[in-house]
Ligand binder design. Structure first.
Ligand SMILES: [Zn+2]
Length: 705
């Protein structure tokens, strides 16, 4: 559940994404639709015309164009001004950013061999290009001149913020480094980019390469009919004569672990998941991790920071690793204690069933499900009939209407990258166009795991107002022959979460694209998405959308109450597996000496230090921790927790007004979304609530105080 951050170290600044008609001086490139004018509704990418083979040549051409724009800025004979340097830099590279935005969206959500190869080829080239700009001394000199005059320039707050951020990033990018050091930095960035691509590919191969073939019906336990059907279809697809195939995709593995009475099968699936990237085969990620951790340390040192975490966090709302450890340490003991209590109860239940041996991690979900059924008489699959995916999407739209007066209109004619997508035009109540939202719901092999949002075009308003185009991507169970896609409550929550990111992008109203929408510090970016999850389970919101897909009956409130009770039962586990991954991330990136031990030992020691119990794995073990080794979240996985403090605190303010749609607060909230990243995270927060964040609401929500 993340907002994809594709660029390392925030050098993204130079590749702000806008979409304007391009002067086609080079007619021979006309046959590449990526470089041509986009005659599509609201200028969305012409996905119907773009071939996978078009990306590499188009990107290379756009890099060339961007270089020319940069040269023009550098060689400008006029003295540097805000307009001819800062704004010119901000608006350069439009063509490149519109192409890479489309490329990252498609290669994440609907990849193929050509796109995979393109990613491998382009990733180092793009990094090299960004480095060239970020390390361009002549360019920096101009920026520096403007920066030093900033007090006298009568800049608006947003202009000043843009200038300061740009200057800061220049310094952090290593522009002040001398000869050999600078060359080394470029090498490191290039290598890191390659490694992170390989890491992701290995992980995808490992995930797709595994299967659990079940042939005896009794081993299925009571998995839902829809999962049974898709597992049977999967078996056919994989050439089995009969039976069901379960995979390591979350919609497949989690329900199986919850319900299959076959303990050895559960263990096999669990281990299959837990050992991804750690099988000592050609997809092994261990050496990659060591190399990445050490290169990140070396880069941080080159730039004058003690560790990679120090480098990354200095740009976040939290500012230091100590502040993060401090927050985690406030949550960890209560969570661990709660998880231990749960483990003892689960383990006792297993013994009472006459099962010998130690209680294992692969038993956890099964007995949680049993206790839930026994103690709360609840199974999350019971919620599925009430969360047909179209209704849930409709619920999210209605919430956006209630809070912000937004309207959504199906844009059937918009080109798509996959036929399952739905595209919407987003409008104000009065019909003013706001932007376009692409939604891609179902799991498939060509899509990476998880759920995420990204932007095809950022909002900006320099010479004209450019409206945003954003995407939401999910891995929901696809419909089968007999049933529509029915989401669990948790999956429905994911939809609202990603939709929150989408709104952040859509409601943006700033001048500069690089400060728009979700271009906020990493530990702030999950706040607007997580806060949306609060509304979706309120009775008055559920009444709007959570209706049985056959009978139309609204989900009974007793079921929600029961679910909330049942869910809070496993809160210790959830917090522990999440925080364990946070500690792991921070430990990998707080190193101040190169790692010499192997990954397994490093991980074991990190987990022993916090006293993690054997029956719980970190939510991601290192070898499949894509957030930090192939996404943009290194030293940033804690962000979800940090944002959760903000989210609980803010929603509590809505509750305190006595009206969860309180118009006044909703207006302030929308203002915060529309300010995007044009202010620091703390300033945005203070504008919203008139004070700094407080942790009490979160502790209460989790039952920790
Ligand atoms: Zn998210």
């Amino acid at each position: 559940m993340n907002k994809v951050i594709v660029i390392v170290l925030g050098i993204f600044l130079f590749l702000s994404c806008k979409n304007e008609t391009v002067n086609e001086s080079d007619t021979k490139m006309n046959d590449n639709p990526l470089l041509a004018e986009w005659n599509t509704p609201f200028g969305v990418p012409p996905f119907d015309l773009i071939q996978s083979e078009d990306y590499v040549p188009a990107c290379r051409e756009a890099i060339k164009m961007h270089k020319e724009e940069i040269d023009k800025i550098v060689n400008n004979e006029e003295a540097p001004t805000f307009k001819n340097t800062i704004e010119a830099l901000e608006t350069s590279g439009k063509m490149l950013s519109r192409i890479t935005s489309a490329f990252y969206a498609v290669s994440g959500a609907n990849t193929n061999d050509v796109l995979k190869e393109a990613r491998k080829v382009l990733s180092p080239e793009l990094t090299a290009h960004r480095d060239e700009i970020a390390l361009n001394e002549e360019l920096f000199k101009r920026v520096d001149v403007v920066f030093n005059q900033r007090e006298e320039l009568n800049l608006t707050a947003e202009e000043l913020f843009l200038l300061e951020e740009m200057h800061k990033r220049y310094i952090r990018s290593g522009v002040n480094l001398e000869g050999a050091q600078k060359e080394r930095l470029k090498e490191i960035n290039k290598r890191l980019s390659e490694l992170s691509t390989i890491f992701g590919e290995n992980l995808l191969n490992e995930t797709n390469g595994f299967e659990l073939h079940v042939t005896d019906k009794k081993d299925l336990g009571n998995v839902s009919e829809s999962l049974k059907a898709s597992a049977a279809e999967e078996a056919v697809k994989r050439g089995k004569e009969s039976g069901w195939v379960f995979t390591l995709q979350r919609p497949s593995i989690n329900p199986f672990l919850q319900t299959s009475p076959n303990r050895e099968f559960r263990e096999k699936l669990f281990q299959g998941y837990a050992l991804r990237g750690d099988n000592d085969n050609k997809n092994d990620n261990k050496d990659i991790i060591i190399e990445m951790a050490n290169l990140r340390l070396e880069r941080a040192n080159l730039l004058g920071f003690r560790s990679h975490a120090d480098l990354v966090l200095s740009n976040n709302m939290s500012e230091t690793a100590d502040a993060v450890y401090e927050l985690m340490d406030q949550l960890w003991p209560s969570a661990l204690e709660m998880a231990k209590k749960d483990r003892d109860a689960l383990s006792e239940m297993m013994k009472n069933e006459g099962i010998e041996g130690d209680f294992r991690g692969s038993d956890w979900r099964y007995y949680v499900d049993k206790i839930r059924t026994k103690r709360y008489n609840f199974n999350e699959d019971e919620t599925r009939p009430y969360f047909e995916f179209n209704s849930v999407r409709e619920g999210a739209f209605m919430l956006a209407d209630k809070l912000f007066g937004l309207q959504f209109k199906l844009l059937d004619e918009a080109p798509k990258w996959h036929e399952d997508q739905q595209v919407y035009e987003v409008l104000e109540t009065d019909g003013t166009h706001i932007g376009v939202l692409y939604m891609d719901f179902f799991t498939r092999e060509s899509k990476r795991g998880g759920a995420w949002m990204n932007e095809l075009r950022e909002q900006s308003n320099i010479d004209e107002f450019i409206t945003p185009i954003v995407t939401n991507n999910f891995n929901f169970p696809p419909p089968t022959k007999d049933t529509p896609s029915l989401l669990s409550f948790t999956e429905a929550q994911t939809l609202f979460h990603e939709f929150g990111h989408a709104l952040h992008g859509l409601l943006s109203n700033v001048k500069y694209g690089s400060l728009s929408g979700t271009n906020v510090p990493r530990d702030f970016v999950e706040f607007p998405s997580q806060v949306m999850e609060n509304w979706m389970s309120e009775p008055e919101v559920l009444a709007l959308y959570a209706k049985h897909y056959i009978t139309g009956e609204v989900i009974p409130l007793e079921m929600i109450d029961k679910m909330n009770e049942a869910n809070s039962f496993n809160e210790g586990f959830r917090t522990v597996e999440y925080l364990a991954a946070v500690y792991l991330d921070l430990d990998w990136h707080s190193i101040t000496e190169p790692v010499e031990k192997d990954v397994r030992t490093f991980e074991k020691e990190a987990m022993e230090k916090i006293g993690l119990i054997d029956e719980i794995l970190p939510r991601y073990r290192s070898t499949y921790f894509a957030h930090i080794f192939s996404g943009g979240y290194s030293s940033g996985y804690y962000s979800y927790q940090w944002s959760e403090v903000l989210d609980a605190d803010t929603y509590n303010e809505f509750k305190k007004t006595g009206d969860i749609f309180d118009a006044d607060l909703a207006k302030k909230y929308r203002k915060m979304l529309s300010d995007g990243g044009s202010k620091s995270g703390m300033d945005l927060y203070k504008d919203l609530l008139g004070r700094t964040p407080e942790i009490e609401s979160l502790l209460k929500k989790k039952g920790f105080n």
